[in-house]
Design a protein around this ligand. Structure first.
Ligand code: ATP
Ligand code: MN
Length: 438
């Protein structure tokens, strides 16, 4: 059996559905997606990594074991089917395989997931539910989105470097740190790799890191995970204007590629490709002050000096069909490394990019402080210990240059591009305040 299912030539379901095997004999292996036996025919719907196809197993046309294996298979049993392909408008996808041979690879046990199960149950069964058509489509789309991000950065001349995950100090403030015991010393899972990305710019100028970031998010929202994938480009000799232009072009590039090349995936997930076609640079820009005034005028409960929340972000983008930038946040509510705007004292040269349709922030970026004295002042103002940041401060002692960068949450981007209700479906194994299993 093992040789039969490993060696030799096999066909992929997508090729059958594309009409490349019409009238031909095929051999496929996969899992039972659906099955029904009536009279002397067993209809098996088979799935592999590329799609699903129906197989008709007729008692009269196959050997005894083939019919027995086909009719005894459970949902998700693994199975081998040989047969010939014919066009059939009644079959899902328009093709059917008339089976000549069927062999169970492993029958296994009855599959625990049936229809109409609760979200919590499906999350407990995530290791099995990841085979579902919906999650499979999302993970394919996520793969493509990451691929196009990397492709864009490659074309722009960026280098990818690997940051450490275990770190000694906070990057985004202490409240959401996961602490760990590092041979008797305190260490933390990284919240952001930005400070290390800044190091890399001093060698390779245009760099990015793509790594998980960890945040002990205490609240339950539809857009916070405790472990998420963070794309963090950082560029030497870039000001904030160039930084925003790069972000716009990057998001436009990915949206256009997804709409052009993966309309099938988008449509399967109920997402109109037109929504992504509308994503063209430049994006609208408003300042934090304008944003607060606007949100308050629409009834949001926000005052100058407070951070924008999900409600405000939804209000700000309700008329937009593509993302917007909110710039110039008060320096008091932003991280210590952001450079003050010389033209707008008290505010920083930063921007959050907010996605439309209520999805909210997908990117946070800024021009970084590159002057030694300014950095020391901000470290003190933020009550941070300069000792913890010695190496970071060194970057301002030895050959400092103006530089900028940003952080994009991949799951936030996927959630928006696919219009998912919840961020947890944008990652295979979501980690949230009440879930670390499976
Ligand atoms: P928010 O205000 O939405 O919590 P933030 O200000 O904490 O975001 P940053 O620290 O600027 O976000 O992080 C950069 C990017 O990382 C965000 O724009 C977002 O895309 C993503 N991100 C931040 N926190 C999370 C999280 N808990 N889960 C998933 N993605 C996140
Ligand atoms: Mn946050």
């Amino acid at each position: 059996m093992e040789e039969q299912i490993i060696e030799g030539r096999f066909d992929k379901i997508a090729e059958i559905l594309a009409g490349k095997c019409s009238g031909k004999a095929v051999k496929i292996r996969g899992w039972v997606y659906r099955s029904r036996t009536s009279g002397g025919v067993c209809f098996l719907v088979l799935r592999d990594a590329t799609g699903i196809v129906q197989c008709a197993v007729k008692k009269d046309s196959v050997d005894g074991q083939s019919f027995q294996d086909a009719s005894e298979a459970y949902l998700e049993s693994s199975i081998l089917v040989e047969g010939s392909v014919r066009q059939d408008s009644r079959a899902p996808g328009g093709y059917e395989i008339a089976a000549t041979k069927v062999r169970l690879i492993a029958k296994g046990e009855p599959f625990p997931i049936a229809k109409d199960q609760s979200t919590e149950f499906l999350l407990d069964m995530r290791h099995l539910w990841l085979r579902s058509q919906k999650l499979t489509a999302i993970m394919k789309a996520r793969h493509k989105i990451v691929y196009y991000l990397r492709e864009f950065l490659e074309k722009e001349g960026f280098w990818e470097l690997a940051p450490p995950i275990i770190t000694g100090a906070a990057c985004e403030g202490g409240a959401t740190l996961f602490e760990l015991n590092y041979f008797g010393q305190k260490a933390y899972l990284t919240q952001s790799s930005q400070l290390y990305a800044e190091v890399f710019t001093t060698a390779l100028e245009k760099v990015y890191v793509f790594a998980p970031s960890f945040r002990a998010e205490p609240s339950r929202t539809v857009r916070h995970l405790c472990e998420y994938w963070h794309l963090e480009p950082e560029m030497a000799f870039y000001n904030q204007k160039m930084n925003m232009e790069l972000q716009e072009r990057m998001i436009e590039y990915v949206a256009q590629k997804m709409a052009q090349n993966h309309a099938d995936l988008l449509l399967f997930l109920g997402r109109s490709p037109e929504k992504l076609k509308a994503v063209r640079a430049p994006f609208r820009k408003i300042t934090y002050h304008e944003a607060v005034e606007f949100a308050a005028s629409k009834g949001a409960n926000i005052k100058v000096g407070q951070d924008l929340g999900a409600d405000e972000e939804a209000i700000l983008t309700q008329e937009d069909e593509k993302p917007i930038f909110v710039t110039n946040f008060p320096s008091k509510i932003k991280a210590f490394y952001m450079r003050e705007d010389p033209k707008n004292p008290g505010t920083v040269l930063n921007a959050d990019m907010l996605a439309p349709e209520g999805h909210g922030e997908i990117i946070g970026g800024s021009e970084r402080i590159w002057d030694y004295d300014e950095l020391m002042r901000k470290i003190k103002e933020n009550n941070l210990n300069p000792k913890d940041y010695e190496w970071y401060i060194d970057l301002r002692r030895y050959g400092s240059v103006p530089h900028s960068g940003f952080g994009l949450g991949i799951e936030r981007l996927v959630k928006w591009m696919l219009n998912l209700d919840h961020i947890r479906d944008a990652i295979p194994f979501p980690r949230t305040i009440n879930r670390g299993y499976p």
